[in-house]
Design a protein around this ligand. Structure first.
Ligand code: F6P
Length: 412
């Protein structure tokens, strides 16, 4: 094991047959790492091929016996790898190289480049043996790919299966002597971790081994209006106002109407009174998370924004200048909040059942910022009004947001 060196840069290279969920995995991982604060980008060889050659290559193009095409594919893969390496030499911290990389020869090229450029290389192999899963993936992502635009569905499926067969004919799974790698079999049924050390690789393993591809919505809402919301004070641990209690009842009615009585909905709150009270009428025992407590305003806890501006003008201005990294004296910044809700994200990604999170303005901005892949600097400004339910539904490559406004409407 080598000695730890600070600020290492990482190349994450995907390995796996087409339609195994590599691109979904790459994008989710990139979103997660960027949200944690590591400049991360995906480098996708398939997209480069479509850019350079245009979409619609037939399966023969992927036949390893097709020398000319194999040479072309090799060049495209090299060019994309060049871009990834160049980006790592510049501002990048983690480059995710999204390609099949199913042969040892291809991976040897990647390894040699990583050694020359002194990058930490981690292969992530995605193996899926469940035909139903492959079929779903094929239909949900590949049929809508520009490669098959305007092509009859049956014809597209036939062609894509033939493409997979070409890759299968030369596929070599990762071997013991290939350095650091992670192999995820059948969506996490089995996970193998080989020679993976360090903080960022550790985060990657933690994230990917919990990531589910099930597309189920996540519900977020702030607590009902609190007595301190009425007074315009930040922080604290006040109880609900009469309007807040009315919202809590309305929320319970909405949830029962939407999910039915026997639903398997999980409810998570912070440890603060206003969220716990909001969950009460739901009649579902909530999971309480300290990690979901509101941003800690330190010496400003209990003050109004006007009081902070008058008593601590330098602090007020500093927060205005950079709201994401600004840390309240003896309190927290949004950046700190992101770090502590990381564990909540991992759990949300792991759950297959619906979850309703009853939280606070800043923590919910941090959570929504992750799912919607919002740039960090914009996270503290995400609209997060009281008495409004957010439904976030992950899609193949993004996230859809629906907002439901519940009564009574209140202004802040
Ligand atoms: O005012 C409600 C509140 O949840 C405060 O407790 C918290 O300090 C604040 O919102 C977070 O919002 P902002 O970061 O915009 O000040």
């Amino acid at each position: 094991m080598s000695r730890p060196r600070r600020g290492r840069k990482h190349l994450i290279a995907l390995v796996g047959l087409p339609a195994r969920g590599k691109t979904f995995t790459a994008r989710k991982l990139a979103g997660y790492l960027a949200w944690l604060g590591y400049p991360t980008r995906v480098f996708n060889v398939g997209e480069r091929r479509r850019r350079v050659l245009g979409p619609g290559q037939h399966h023969e193009f992927f036949d390893p016996a097709n020398r000319e095409a194999a040479e072309l594919r090799h060049r495209l893969a090299e060019d994309e790898l060049d871009d990834a390496m160049a980006w790592l030499r510049a501002e990048g911290r983690v480059a995710i190289y999204d390609a099949t990389n199913t042969t040892r020869a291809r991976r040897d090229v990647i390894r040699a480049r990583s050694v020359v450029e002194d990058r930490d290389l981690l292969f992530v192999e995605i193996v899926n043996q469940d035909p139903a899963v492959i079929e779903t993936n094929l239909r949900e992502t590949k049929l809508s790919s520009p490669d098959y635009a305007g092509v009859d569905e049956q014809e597209a499926l036939r062609d894509f299966r033939a493409r997979i067969a070409h890759y299968e004919s030369v596929y070599q799974t990762l071997a013991e002597d290939e350095g650091a790698w992670l192999r995820i079999v059948d969506r996490g049924r089995k996970v193998e971790i080989h020679e993976v050390w360090g903080w960022i690789p550790g985060r990657i393993v933690g994230f990917l081994t919990n990531l589910q591809v099930t597309r189920r919505p996540i519900w977020l809402t702030r607590h009902g209006q609190s007595t301190w919301n009425v007074l315009g004070r930040i922080g604290g641990d006040s109880e609900l106002s009469p309007k807040g209690r009315e919202f809590a009842k309305g929320l319970a009615r909405f949830v029962r109407g939407h999910f039915g009585k026997e639903s398997n909905l999980d409810v998570w709150t912070s440890t603060l009174r206003r969220t716990v009270e909001t969950a009460l009428p739901l009649d579902i025992e909530p999971g309480q998370w300290k990690a979901l407590d509101e941003i800690h305003a330190g010496v400003c806890d209990g003050m109004s924004y006007a009081e902070i501006a008058a008593a601590l003008p330098a602090e007020f201005e500093a927060r205005k200048r950079d709201k994401f990294t600004y840390r309240y004296p003896r309190g927290e910044s949004y950046q700190d909040v992101v770090q502590r809700v990381d564990r909540v994200i991992i759990e949300l990604e792991r759950y297959r059942t619906p979850v309703l999170v009853i939280g606070h303005r800043a923590v919910l901005r941090a959570l929504a910022g992750y799912f919607r892949q919002i740039p960090r600097a914009a996270v503290p400004f995400l609209p997060m009004p009281l008495h409004t339910l957010l439904q976030l539904t992950p899609t193949a490559y993004g996230c859809e947001e629906v907002r439901v406004e519940l009564e009574p409407r209140v202004v802040e």
